[in-house]
Design a protein around this ligand. Sequence first.
Ligand code: HEM
Length: 215
Amino acid sequence: MSYTILLVAHIAVLGYWLGSDLCINSEYRFITHRPDIDFAARDAMTDHLMDVDQHVRYALILQLTLGAMLASHLAYLPPQWFWAMPVVGAAWIALVEVAHRQRRSATGERLAQIDRWVRYAIALALLLAAFGAFDTMPLWLRIKLGLFAALIGCGVIIRFFLMRHFRIWAEMREQGPGPERETIIRTTYRQATMVLLALWTCVAAMVLLAIFKPI
Ligand code: HEM
């Protein structure tokens, strides 16, 4: 597979990721800041939000897969990685997809938990690579991998904020929304958005490192 095609795909996924994140955050803000709208409509939008949220999950996996394939092509990683990574990426996307589709069942919760453990393991592996597990890697790429581990961490923290949001949201569905609960979900939105900004600061730094390769 040509290096140029992989590089173009790697850059295109960056746009896909940013676009998805902007839409998700905008819809999330709308849901949490419009208590004047009928709760059933906000509830339906929340369900839709979770569907759209899948796109950033795909983007993260695609970016890691394509990045590792590029790195293998440039001999920064062993050659076997070039073919192994698409298999790993496809399996991870399948896990994320089934966890999403089964999200209302105990199996879905279990799969989401497994996905979180996969993220911890990958963040750890990326940190090991950042601290020199592969001496073939230039420093700019190792820093990039360290930033990717931080980015995965930010994603997991956002997931925990969303869990709090859904806990309060379930109470709102059962007992009705009140000013106190509306305040909690708005505060949760603000906190999650702060972490999202930190995540995008990592992405911006990764882009600059990849383009300028200063070290
Ligand atoms: C959020 C995640 C990432 C973003 C936003 C990102 C962004 C970019 C961009 C914009 C380029 C193009 C630079 C250019 O040629 O002008 C690039 C190249 C590259 N990226 Fe990534 N990347 C990410 C993750 C990764 C990961 C996880 C790896 C490795 C496992 C990786 C490895 C590479 C490699 C090897 C190149 C090619 C550099 C070269 O041509 O010498 N990237 N990346």
